[in-house]
Design a protein around this ligand. Structure first.
Ligand SMILES: NC(=O)c1ccc[n+]([C@@H]2O[C@H](COP(=O)([O-])OP(=O)(O)OC[C@H]3O[C@@H](n4cnc5c(N)ncnc54)[C@H](OP(=O)(O)O)[C@@H]3O)[C@@H](O)[C@H]2O)c1
Length: 320
């Protein structure tokens, strides 16, 4: 079997389509024939070595979201058997392997059954970006009737966040640009702001929660838009945000929340359930082929991403 790997840090040119051994699943693992794998900004940040001080070093695989069919269950695994359709994730920081491969061994504890009504493409799109959106809104304490501003609404995290905030009963203002506005419109935000035409940071309206899912805004920019006691959640945590969060706890009613995603199977199951019920709509905007991965990553790094891009790693068994 083959998969995308890299042996040194760098641009998409370091990626290699490598022949890899098929090892039996270990304790607590399932062996999965990967149907689809999704791409995330963390993939290329890891590839460029941004987290080399604490993340698994090279050589390593690429990608951490997947859907597929279980081929075998390792020792100690209950609840999964050969033939089951699943959606799941690897630990992106510690795993040596990656999901942009034809077959993987993956932790059973981070896999959820995939209902027949959810496509393999949509199932693979859920874990990384979807869990981040769930945890950001949950930690921010979004409640029915609250006013929520989501910046980066057309991206992977943002497009899930708009839908999840609506499901939570919030009134959503979504910030996007260009064709991203058309992409977000079906998710029914109460208001859409084109940030290329209107400076959202200068708006008069005030919000209970501001979620910067784009990683482009500073805390002071978001704070200006908060109601008294409001929460500003941020998808791209950094030292300044952590300092703000500590300072505010001691001095103000508002909160600054740098969100660090945790792999959480309950959150993934909730997302899968919402997708199966039709309450969470597909955000997949492109289904690529394995050989397109370097080009797709180049495009993602250049920005202007819409929803989720997934790669079809093996044919859909249902279509065979
Ligand atoms: N903390 C964590 O654990 C965690 C987990 C997941 C993701 N993340 C981070 O969260 C961020 C978003 O992830 P993603 O997967 O959603 O990325 P993505 O799919 O690339 O989406 C980013 C979106 O941000 C928008 N954007 C970029 N610059 C902007 C600006 N100046 N103002 C307003 N919008 C802007 C883009 O839309 P336009 O084309 O309209 O500009 C794009 O749709 C990334 O930085 C990612 O690394 C963090």
């Amino acid at each position: 079997m083959h998969g995308w790997t890299y042996r040194r840090y760098g641009g998409p040119e370091v990626l290699e389509w490598t022949s890899l051994p098929e090892t039996p699943p270990g304790e607590g693992e399932i062996a999965v024939r990967v149907a689809c794998a999704a791409l995330n900004p963390l993939d290329w940040k890891l590839r460029e070595g941004h987290f080399r001080l604490f993340a698994r070093g090279v050589p390593r695989g690429m990608g951490y979201d997947y859907s597929g069919i279980v081929e075998a269950a390792g020792p100690g695994v209950t609840g999964f058997k050969a033939g089951d359709a699943v959606a799941g994730m690897l630990d992106p920081i510690r795993a040596a392997n990656g999901t942009l491969a034809e077959r993987i061994n993956a932790p059973a504890a981070l896999a959820a059954p995939k209902p027949a009504g959810v496509s393999f493409e949509d199932a693979a799109s859920l874990p990384g970006a979807g869990i981040m959106a769930v945890q950001s809104l949950t930690q921010a304490g979004v409640k029915p009737g609250q006013a929520v501003l989501i910046v980066g609404a057309a991206g992977g995290v943002g497009s899930f966040a708009v839908q999840l905030a609506k499901i939570a009963g919030a009134r959503v203002t979504a910030v996007a640009s260009g064709d991203g506005l058309d992409f977000v419109r079906p998710f029914a935000p109460e208001r859409l702001v084109d940030y290329k035409r209107e400076d959202w940071k200068a708006m008069d309206e005030r919000f209970d929660v501001v979620f910067d899912a784009s990683g482009s805004a500073t805390f002071p920019e978001c704070r200006r838009l908060l109601k008294a006691g409001g929460v500003s959640a941020h998808a791209l945590p950094g030292a300044k945000l952590f300092l703000w969060s500590l300072w505010l706890r001691a001095t103000a009613k508002e909160r600054c929340l740098p969100v660090q995603e945790r792999a959480d199977i309950a959150d993934l199951k909730r997302l899968v359930g919402l997708a199966a019920d039709g309450r969470l709509r597909s955000v997949v905007t492109r289904v690529g082929r394995p050989e397109e991965v370097p080009e797709i990553q180049r495009a993602m790094q250049a920005g202007r991403n819409r929803g989720k891009i997934v790669v079809r790693m093996s044919p859909d068994p249902a279509a065979a």
